[in-house]
Each structure stands twice: as C-alpha cells, then as structure tokens.
Design a protein. Structure first.
Length: 163
C-alpha cells in the first residue's frame, strides 16, 4: 500500500513538533510529497539498527490499520481503539475517548521501555496535538520518527470511509 511520507526526522523534540505544527497550521499535509514504499523504508531503518516509531494518521477507514499490520514486523502496533474491545466485541463509548488515548500513551511508554521495535501508533492523529505525546516520547528515547498516512484512493471520499 503506498503512503504519503509526511515527516522525516528531526534532531530534537521541539524541532519535530515545530515541523508538525507548521504542517497543520499551513494546511499542507506533507513536508515531503514523495511516494514511498513504507515497508521497504522501515525495513532499511530497522536493518541499520535504528529504533523506529511510526505514527500513522488519517481518517477512520482510510487504511491505517491495514498499513499498521504491514509495518509491525517484530514490534508492536498500538491503537486507542483497542481500549474499547471487550473480548472480540467492539464497544465504543465517546465519553471514554480521553481515557482511551491516555491508556494508549501509557502502552507506548511501556513499549519504549521494553525496547519494542518498531512501535506503530495506529490512531487518526489528524491534528498536531494528537501526535505530540508520541513524538515527544520517541524523541526523548532516541527513536527515529516516521509520520505516515495511507494513500488509498478512498481516503478523501466520505461515502467510502463510512462503509
């Protein structure tokens, strides 16, 4: 699955957040507007010995979870949606969305502490503040950060996304 490469690397947490904030404030979804093969790119990063956190972004139904499965390798995929599963039943409660995101951020911290690699964050992350905790965590722990979004043909087609 092709993706749009949103953000490559930054030396510090503040540089990363400046790039993300600049991206959202200018309504320009891409700093790098090139098509890449995310699995190959990630494999090269992992083979070079880098610790990698991939932050996926996009609307529900745009292909993030499918992309996450392709990118997980021997690491872990973390999604706030997992909070709402009771066994195999998905029981979404909008009143608990903040709790779900806090829970997912704690799991990301635990994954970093356990040395998981790569760590794939599978949330909508449509605004900079939604990514901030993950980017800060990755930057503090010397993880290479990639922010990617699926480049599926339906990603901006509302009727397709709600199917």
């Amino acid at each position: 699955m092709p993706v749009m490469h949103i953000l490559e690397r930054g030396a510090t947490e503040s540089m990363m957040m400046d790039k993300i904030i600049d991206t959202s404030e200018n309504h320009n979804p891409a700093i790098f507007d090139m098509k890449i093969n995310p699995k190959e790119m990630l494999q090269k990063l992992l083979e070079s010995g880098k610790k990698v956190m991939v932050v996926l972004r996009g609307m529900p139904g745009s292909g993030k979870s499918t992309l996450a499965k392709e990118l997980q390798f021997d690491g872990v995929t973390l999604a706030a949606d997992d909070f709402f599963y009771r066994g195999s039943n998905y029981e979404y409660d909008a009143g608990k969305i903040g709790e779900a995101h806090d829970w997912n951020q704690r799991r990301a911290k635990e994954a970093v502490e356990a040395g998981k690699n790569p760590i794939v964050i599978d949330n909508t992350n449509t605004q900079a503040w939604e990514m901030k905790a993950y980017v800060a965590l990755a930057a503090r722990n010397n993880y290479h950060i990639e922010i990617l979004e699926p480049d599926t043909p339906w990603k901006f087609k509302a009727k397709e996304l709600v199917k």
